[in-house]
Design a protein around this ligand. Structure first.
Ligand code: FHN
Length: 454
């Protein structure tokens, strides 16, 4: 059985149980649908990995450190006291939260999730639980989470807090001899104290003092001291603070690699699955899920990582994810000065051009019942099917794979030009103009006479 079918099988197998396991256990399906409504409508968000790791930006003592930029403390085996020097140099004088939000909004993104504390333990918000934060430990001395949350709120975007369970700085969480800072086997006897006196108090600070936070995006949940029991307790703890919160499945312990599911092939705890750097071939049927992805090869800024995905790849990935019923959380890694690198800004600008014309074919859509055509993807909302055509036919004829009923109306979304639909021996054929409005993806709107028409 193909891996994708295995995932689908597991997903279908556990679909019924997942609603309870995934969300708050005392929540009805209607209540859960209401809580998830804005998130399902949004489909497209900005992930931001920003922190003291942007200061070395991938280079330590003159040597380029392989791997992810935000992992430099681990990859280069940097002792805590030395890494703290990067914190003391972190001074993003060019940070302009409104500009960042404008860029996200113009790209068509509807929410932002930022690292409030990554694995290095350094908090970008003003934590009273710790002096290891933006206000107390840097020359910048300002709460960047406060600024960005307010800017997102002002411009109508939702806001989320990424929080790492794994913490390489706190003595009760990290390994004292730091061989890798990333043990899946090491047990810290004081981990409970870290959870109860540090992690949960910081989570409480975030939820109670930053009212714009609607999503908590856990990560670093693979450490040996974390488990589903703790995850469920923290999930309920957060929901008691803010019942409308949406929490990802990395609040649980058993994420299976980058698939976004646990060993049972289910979302497990939390409200949505989190495939990383990949789009599940068949999506994750029956559950909410979000693919997170980098634009180059690192989440946190590296000065020499120029392996940028092109706009065509990024947009087609967004369409692919939406066609399978998922959200796309696309990452940006700002510099230590608070600047979004130019290749990121240009790509997001180009994505926005397409989204301003075709956004209705993405936002609030769901998986169609017509499968994945060879020439592109389908999305669907109500009685309307959106055919996203990647490969424009040279002869102008396109087989509407999977569809049988002639749509009541067909037209190009870009300019509302009517499109002829012909019923032939092999099914339905679209007669398209010679030149497509977009060489990345042209959307044809197919208005069906009734929902469920085939
Ligand atoms: O280790 C982290 C990594 O730095 C990054 O934050 C990604 C984003 O989803 N999550 C973990 C790797 O799965």
């Amino acid at each position: 059985m193909r891996f994708s079918n295995l995932i689908a099988a597991f997903s279908l197998l556990g679909a019924t149980s997942r609603a309870a396991a995934q969300g708050a256990t005392r929540e009805s399906t209607a209540q859960r649908d209401a809580r998830m409504a804005w998130w399902r409508e949004a489909r497209f968000g900005m992930f931001i990995h920003w922190g003291a790791y942007a200061v070395p930006a991938g280079t330590y003592k003159g040597v380029r450190v392989p791997g992810l930029g935000e992992w430099i403390m681990s990859r280069a085996h940097i002792p805590v006291s030395e890494y703290e020097q990067f914190v003391h140099r972190f001074n993003p004088e060019h940070f302009d939260p409104d500009a960042w939000v404008r860029i996200a909004k113009a790209a068509g993104m509807k929410y932002i999730v930022i690292t409030t504390k990554h694995h290095d333990g350094f908090a970008l918000f003003d934590s009273k639980v710790s002096g290891y934060d933006m206000v107390d430990a840097t020359p910048y001395k300002r709460d960047v989470i406060r600024g960005l949350a307010a800017a997102a709120h002002r411009q109508g975007l939702r806001f989320g807090a990424y929080y790492s369970i794994m913490d390489w700085h706190h003595p009760d969480a990290q390994e004292p001899n730091f061989p890798e800072y990333n043990s899946r086997t090491f047990h810290n006897p004081q981990f409970d104290r870290y959870v109860e006196t540090y992690m949960k108090p910081q989570l409480r600070e975030l939820i109670t003092q930053y009212p714009e936070i609607d999503v908590v995006w856990f990560d670093g949940e693979w450490v040996a001291d974390w488990n589903d029991a703790r995850g469920k307790e923290v999930y309920d703890f957060l929901h008691a603070l803010k019942p409308s919160l949406i929490i990802n499945n990395r609040v649980g312990h058993t994420r299976q690699g980058l698939s976004g599911l646990n060993q049972a092939g289910q979302v497990g705890l939390g409200d949505f699955g989190t495939p990383e750097q990949q789009v599940p071939p068949e999506g994750l049927p029956g559950v909410d899920w979000e693919t997170c992805m980098t634009m180059n090869d690192t989440w946190g800024f590296k000065s020499y990582d120029d392996d940028w995905k092109d706009t065509r790849t990024l947009l087609r990935t967004l369409i692919d994810v939406a066609s399978k019923g998922g959200n796309f959380l696309l990452n940006v890694g700002p510099t230590a000065e608070g600047v979004l690198p130019a290749p990121i800004v240009s790509r997001l600008g180009e994505m926005g051009v397409w989204m301003r014309v075709n956004g209705e074919a993405i936002y609030g859509t769901r998986v169609s019942s017509y499968g994945q055509p060879p020439w592109g993807r389908y999305t669907m909302r109500g009685n309307t099917v959106y055919a996203h055509i990647f490969d424009w036919p040279k002869d102008g004829r396109l087989e509407l794979t999977g569809m049988r009923d002639v749509p009541a109306r067909a037209y190009l979304l870009a300019d509302k030009q009517s499109i002829k639909v012909e019923r032939g021996g092999t099914g339905l054929t679209l007669h398209l103009p010679a030149v497509p409005p977009s060489t990345i993806a042209t959307v044809v709107v197919l208005e069906l006479a009734s929902q469920g028409a085939r």
